[in-house]
Design a protein. Structure first.
Length: 225
């Protein structure tokens, strides 16, 4: 009864809504591509169903591990960029040169959120903070590893509902069709949930997510993925 809320809080702590949606979408696309490709050459009966189950689970386990590693690398890259910015500011010959570095790196991010006067004050405040900061080494932290685990969990758990038909139905074709129907429904749900953050029509977002997911799977299959 208490495990589900704890898992949700853990994932939400390390992944923002866009990242969570991306992990789920990637997981669903990967399992759909894997099962569709494997379904072209599986054996009949229980043996074929078992092959599809292993393809679905194995694909998402591998992708979850890869995505977790990429998350850690992304976090390290962000810290390295921040350290480089701090060092560049502290090596600047004067305050004007340091402020120019801040403007070049920071100001474009706030161009649509603040007017010129407010951006100038913001850049000055950031300069004062970074000038006294210490550049940290780009190393792996505990939070990086927790975030990687969150990525793996989302990718792997997203494939479990669509793997259930492979445990129930004895024929590969029937099991694959039910699995694909569940997966399309989950793509729609993912788009529907994403619409809350994007502030767009939920029905259109769900349908668009289904279309995008199926299109990406088609591209992956055509290119041999």
């Amino acid at each position: 009864m208490t495990a589900e809320p704890k898992r949700e809080r853990f994932v939400q702590r390390y992944l923002d809504p866009a990242s969570r949606l991306g992990e789920v979408l990637f997981g669903l696309i990967m399992v759909l591509g894997a099962t569709l490709t494997a379904g072209l050459a599986v054996a009949e009966g229980r043996a074929g169903v078992r092959q599809l189950l292993l393809a679905a689970l194995g694909c998402n386990i591998a992708w979850g591990i890869i995505d977790g590693i990429m998350y850690v690398m992304h976090c390290m890259t962000e810290r390295a960029e921040k350290a480089y910015l701090i060092e560049a500011i502290q090596r600047a010959p004067d305050e004007g040169a340091a402020l120019a570095i801040v403007r070049e790196d920071i100001e474009p991010r706030f161009e649509t959120l603040a007017g010129p006067q407010h951006r100038e004050a913001l850049c000055q405040s950031i300069l004062e903070y970074l000038a006294q900061s210490e550049a940290q080494r780009a190393r792996v932290t505990k939070d990086d590893l927790y975030g990687a685990v969150a990525c793996f969990c989302l990718v792997f758990l997203s494939c479990l509902p669509v793997a259930v038909p492979f445990l129930i139905f004895p024929e590969p074709t029937h099991a694959l069709r039910v699995s694909n129907a569940l997966l399309i429904a989950m793509l729609f749900i993912a788009g529907h949930m994403w619409a809350r953050y994007a502030h767009i029509n939920r029905l259109l977002a769900g349908l668009a997510m289904v279309a995008i997911g199926l299109a990406l799977v088609g591209v992956a299959i055509l290119l041999g993925g």
